[in-house]
Design a protein around this ligand. Structure first.
Ligand SMILES: [Zn+2]
Length: 78
């Protein structure tokens, strides 16, 4: 009986640990990688294509990319 309990305890420890680290990793990435529209404060992943931001600026605000996202630099494709 003592043996079976030990094995189960091991399994339980391994599971939530891996789940937790995956979630916190995602959160960190999200916080670090955003481009925010200066007009409406909408946030985009900074891996977003420049075309998408230009469309946002023109369609939502009738403005140019630089007006909504000053200093935006498109991330190079990997
Ligand atoms: Zn906007």
């Amino acid at each position: 009986m003592g043996n079976g309990q030990k094995a189960q305890h091991k399994r339980e420890r391994a599971k939530p640990g891996s789940q937790k680290s995956a979630t916190s990793q995602l959160k960190t990435n999200e916080a670090a990688r955003t481009t925010i529209c200066q007009v409406c404060r909408n946030s985009f992943l900074c891996t977003v294509r420049q075309k998408a931001l230009t469309e946002h600026a023109e369609n939502k605000h009738q403005k140019k990319l630089e007006d909504c996202f000053p200093g935006f630099v498109e991330m190079p494709k990997k």
